[in-house]
Design a protein around this ligand. Structure first.
Ligand SMILES: [Zn+2]
Ligand SMILES: [Zn+2]
Length: 720
């Protein structure tokens, strides 16, 4: 019984955008790539389709080299560390890739070089001289992210040399307003350098033709964005760059250059398919997926990646071999905002997946990611919303319904599924609702509408609750035991269907529910159609804990007095005099995920040499302010009495970046709001955080050691 009139098995390649191995991933990333791809793949596996889901970490992006420069380690060290973290987080989140690979793998490199050479032989990759930004302060070329400046399109201040993170527009570095070297801060000069270019311009017409047909089901914003790009006209693009990190250019004379990451990472969808088949002893098997015109390739990417998947990659495929399959759909998401600023790993602002996974059930994260998924427009993340959707929907509607049905049957019917007797109109309506909702969930999943799909699944649980309340089995059990058994039977049948239709979304809790209903099998090996089947009478129940825990805001977010803060250990890198104020310094601090400038009034109390290299307690999420013409971002914590100012000092061995108060990615805090909270010196110079009404008293600690205030400030002194 196919959901949307499609009975034949399909071949589906699920392609997931390659996350940079340059930092932890945030919830926005999971919402746009991992989770939708996984839901889609799980659903199609249940439908019996032949699914292959591939992707991996992008090891070669400049975010990785930028971070390595900041940390003083090799790019490989950074890439390996974050590839391992991504791999772990993906597994914890229940995202089931067939192959989670990485672009530093030897086979990937080799196959990319093959494609490169083949494109060069055809003339679609050619050599030319270009002008690149060069930093004369540090004597280095400045590939993409090494240049920052103001976006001419949207005015975003920290646009990169290749792309604006805010509006997604692609740039040449010299098109930015006031471009400067990210490391040295000085403006670059143009310098000539030889590179290979991809003849993208030659594919403008073929791409226009391709976009003009069969895109009716694509998301509107993806089509609009792509078409506006095509209207602007396509220019050839460099495919090599001056950098020593990445895949070697297999041409003599190019030893100091590497293949550009935009060019090689997208090839990963093809190389990862090849690798999977190679690992499974069928080295030619990939062709079944790439040369079958009926195979569907679906690409899960974020908004800033659209153009690479609807223009660049299709053009490369057309050039390399016109018989290869082009994307069938690119259901890109918009952004998930946190306090309206986009969560971005590059700027140390986000709700990190690794943090969330430590604190919450993965299905709670997956549920929220799905119901709030920015499918058509940007959406906002708030902790309140996260807790509320969990408590009032996942727990109160779904978790509550199945728990009521299970525990009631368990208690009153000898731990077994009672038999169904005569079905009255209400019982029959409930059974019909299973099929109705199942159809709606399937239809929405076919059309890649995840939000609506999960809503229809939860609606089935809502109907289940109504049915349960209406039938009131707690009364019925005394009046008409057989009728009560029927109600429980039907309710458990609904629970069984819920486990199956929610399995693509909530894999862990679905398995738990499946087991509680008495099944020993792997729910993920079941077929989608089985959601319509009945639960066998007499099957032994194994009722455990409720499926979901309540999320208390104290544990989740700003309702907790300290969670509105993001205080970390930072190191002072540079101390300069404020250009317009005698009593102020401008300090450059490294907070572990980046560097920032802060303006600070401690000039009378600390000489520059007492500050350089020192670790401090740094409030990261203070709203930026201009102080006498210099932008200050965040502040250091210090105690102050009438005479002196004393820094709050971490223990000697504290690591830069360690969270000491609140949560990473807490929303921006206006200064007036910050002032309502109090920090105070306690016994032995320890520093305590107090709530607005001093209702809590939390010592500031790094690991097991307390942070203390400098200069022997007395107990009771205020810290700010
Ligand atoms: Zn420089
Ligand atoms: Zn912009």
């Amino acid at each position: 019984m196919p959901a949307v009139g499609r009975a034949i098995m399909a071949k589906i390649l699920v392609c997931v955008a390659w996350p940079y191995a340059s930092g932890p991933r945030h919830l926005g990333h999971a919402c746009s790539t991992f989770i939708p791809a996984d839901v889609f793949a799980r659903y199609h596996r249940m439908r019996g389709d032949e699914v292959l889901m591939v992707g991996g970490s992008d090891m070669h992006g400049t975010p990785t080299t930028v971070r390595a420069d900041e940390e003083g380690v090799t790019p490989k060290e950074v890439a390996d560390r974050f590839h391992a973290l991504h791999t772990k987080n993906i597994e914890q989140l229940g995202v089931r890739y067939d192959l989670y690979w990485n672009t530093a793998a030897e086979d990937h490199k080799k196959w990319v070089q093959d494609i490169f050479l083949s494109l060069r032989d055809q003339g679609n990759v050619y050599e030319a001289t270009m002008t690149s930004p060069y930093c004369t302060t540090g004597n280095h070329f400045l590939p993409d992210r090494y240049v920052e400046g103001k976006c001419p399109n949207c005015g975003f201040e920290r646009a990169r040399g290749d792309q604006c993170d805010n509006c997604g527009h692609l740039w040449d570095p010299f098109e930015l307003v006031d471009p400067h070297c990210r490391i040295h801060g000085t403006p670059p000069v143009p310098r000539e350098t030889k590179h290979f270019f991809f003849r993208l311009s030659a594919f403008e017409e073929p791409l226009k033709k391709w976009m003009a047909s069969g895109k009716e089901r694509w998301r509107n914003h993806v089509v609009t964005f792509t078409q506006s790009w095509l209207r602007e006209g396509l220019r050839d693009r460099p495919v090599t760059r001056d950098l020593d990190w990445g895949i070697e250019v297999p041409v003599p004379g190019y030893e100091t250059k590497r293949i550009y990451v935009w060019f090689e990472a997208v090839m990963g969808y093809l190389t990862a398919t090849k690798e999977w088949f190679k690992l499974h002893g069928k080295p030619e098997g990939w062709k079944d997926f790439w040369y079958d015109p009926e195979a569907k390739h679906v690409y899960f990417v974020g908004k800033d990646n659209i153009v690479f998947h609807t223009i660049m990659w299709p053009a490369i495929l057309m050039a390399y071999d016109p018989k290869l399959d082009l994307p069938a759909d690119v259901p890109a998401t918009q952004y998930l905002n946190i306090s309206s600023e986009r969560m971005s790993t590059g700027h140390g602002h986000g709700v990190w997946l690794s943090d969330l996974l430590e604190r919450f059930d993965p299905d709670q994260i997956r549920y929220y990611a799905t119901v709030t998924m920015p499918e058509a427009k940007d959406t906002d993340f708030t902790w309140e919303d996260f807790a509320q959707r969990n408590n009032s929907e996942l727990l109160a509607v779904y978790g509550n319904f199945v728990h009521r049905a299970l525990t009631f049957a368990d208690k009153n019917f000898a731990h077994e599924v009672p038999p169904a007797g005569f079905l009255d109109a209400a019982d029959k309506a409930m059974v019909r609702a299973i099929e109705d909702q199942w159809k709606k969930v399937g239809q929405n999943l076919e059309y890649i509408h995840f939000k609506d799909a999960i809503k229809e699944a939860i609606q089935l649980a809502r109907l289940g609750n109504q049915y349960f309340d209406q039938k009131a089995p707690w009364d019925l059990v005394r009046k008409d035991r057989a009728a009560c058994g029927t109600v429980l039977h039907v309710s458990l049948r609904v629970a069984r269907s819920l486990a199956l239709v929610l399995a693509p979304f909530l894999p862990f809790s679905s398995q738990r529910l499946w087991n509680a209903l008495g099944y020993d099998t792997d729910i993920h090996a079941q077929r989608w159609e089985e959601a319509l089947e009945d639960v066998p009478a007499g099957q032994r129940l194994r009722v455990g804990k409720p499926l979901f825990a309540k999320i208390e805001l104290e544990a989740a977010g700003p309702a907790a007095p300290d969670a509105g803060f993001d205080v970390r250990i930072a190191r002072i890198l540079e101390v300069k005099d404020h250009p317009n104020a005698d009593k102020l310094y401008v300090l450059t601090v490294d907070y572990g995920a980046g560097t920032r400038d802060i303006v600070s009034g401690i000039k009378n109390d600390y000489a520059p040499d007492q500050l350089r290299g020192r670790t401090i307690a740094y409030l990261l999420n203070l709203q930026p302010a201009r102080l006498r013409g210099v932008e200050s971002r965040g502040m250091l914590l210090a105690g102050e009495d009438e005479k002196v100012v004393g820094l709050v000092l971490p223990p000697d061995d504290a690591k830069v970046g360690t969270q000491i108060l609140g949560v990473a990615g807490a929303p921006e805090l206006p200064f007036a709001e910050f002032q309502k909270y109090k920090l105070r010196v306690g016994e032995e110079g320890r520093v305590y955080f107090l709530g607005k009404a001093e209702e809590v008293r939390i010592p500031l600690k790094a690991g097991d050691a307390y942070l203390k205030v400098d200069k022997g400030l007395k107990e009771g002194t205020w810290v700010h």
